[in-house]
Design a protein around this ligand. Structure first.
Ligand code: GTP
Length: 356
């Protein structure tokens, strides 16, 4: 697919992942040991695409600081900044002048997916589509954009988050556009492809195709999805060529110090210079650089931010602990709680809901 360019939208503020996204944009959060975007870029490269344009906005400079010109990934990366976020459609329109290929793949920068990207492009070509959407079948489509198709694979409608979806096919956040169609998206204002561009194309009778499959798929937009997606990458359930180590129960980066009798498993990612003390148990979690899990602490399905400390005997489950925050000894933190950066919780507290 040397003749196809890619656009990755990475300009969103990632509000659902706060406080993690206060210091890094969502696609740059360490996921299975590397920025999430590295996994997506590795799949794009593996599919044979070479030129990738990143549509940035929120904390824009962090992308180029990390990935540079893309050479180390075998890619040519171009960065195009939106001064104010223009939405998914506005973001695509904003990079249009940097594209030259006849067909362009467009990706939401926060989707972890195992689909065969070449097959999506083949569907686009075989059906001579103006736009082709990757659609994935999910068990519960209610929380997503539901996209019914006819027997010829023609998209019939876009139904945003409906209680009574007519199909289990949802918009997977990966599209192939004819460049001529992409160039028609209005520039310089906020546009949503899902709510404006795609419905508009259907209305005027454009050929919009759906490429449906059952590939691994996860939108990494919420803490729960981020944690489970990271664990799936570590365990090799979700494919990536960018893992910084072999797949297994855990990935442990350089400089980390994990006590011999600590139990680190379930797809846990252990960042640089992390310390896991004696008898601690860490399951299916993300420990960012410099985090400390003291002796006997238990951490399950949680994100522990950079430099944060979980003191001895504390129990953290389904939680987000902000950078440098401290969870005091024997505290219990459960039920989707988020602890803001630098907050210090005294020992023996029990918290189940409200954020701190
Ligand atoms: P939330 O605030 O938690 O909804 O996250 P988000 O801002 O990332 O929004 P959403 O998950 O809907 O975005 C899907 C993808 O599109 C992500 O990869 C975003 O980075 C990207 N995106 C969203 N809005 C914009 C935008 O205005 N401009 C650009 N370039 N990308 C965007």
């Amino acid at each position: 697919m040397d003749d196809v360019e890619a656009v990755v939208l990475v300009g969103g503020k990632g509000t659902r992942l706060r406080p993690l996204t206060l210091s890094a944009p969502k696609p740059m959060l360490p996921t299975a040991g590397v920025p999430f975007l590295a996994h997506l870029l590795s799949r794009i490269r593996a599919a044979g695409v070479r030129r990738v344009v990143l549509g940035t906005s929120y904390l824009a400079s962090t992308f180029e600081e990390h990935f540079g010109d893309g050479e180390s990934l075998g890619l040519e990366l171009t960065y195009v900044v939106e001064e104010a976020p223009l939405g998914t459609g506005g973001g695509i329109a904003n990079v249009a002048q940097h594209l030259t290929s006849e067909n362009v793949m467009v990706f939401n920068g926060d989707v972890l997916c195992g689909t065969d990207l070449g097959a999506v492009v083949n569907t686009h070509r075989h059906t001579d589509a103006d736009v082709t959407l990757h659609l994935v079948r999910v068990q519960d489509p209610r929380a997503y954009g539901c996209v019914p198709t006819d027997d010829d694979g023609r998209v019939l409608a876009f139904l945003e988050k409906t209680e009574d979806p007519p199909t289990d096919q949802i918009n997977a956040g990966c599209y192939v556009f004819k460049r001529s169609i992409l160039e028609e998206i209005p520039r310089g204002r906020v546009v949503s492809v899902e709510r404006e561009t795609f419905p508009g194309l259907l209305e005027r009778g454009a050929r919009v195709s759906g490429h449906v499959d059952n590939a691994y798929w996860r939108d990494m937009g919420t803490p729960g999805d981020l944690v489970h997606g990271s664990a799936d990458l570590v365990r090799g359930v979700a494919p990536s060529a960018a893992l910084p180590g072999p797949v297994g129960e855990s990935i442990v980066l350089e400089g980390a110090d994990v006590a011999k009798d600590a139990f680190v498993f379930g797809g846990t990612a252990v960042g640089r210079d992390v310390v896991v003390g004696e008898g601690a148990k860490v399951e299916g979690s993300m420990l960012f650089d410099g985090a400390v899990i003291a002796a006997g602490a238990i951490v399950e399905s949680s994100v522990v931010g950079a430099g944060a400390r979980i003191e001895a005997g504390a129990h953290v489950r389904d939680a987000v602990i902000g950078d440098r925050a401290v969870v005091g000894a024997h505290c219990e933190i459960k039920g989707g709680m988020r602890i803001w950066p630098d907050v210090q919780l005294p020992p023996h507290g029990i918290r189940f809901s409200a954020d701190v």
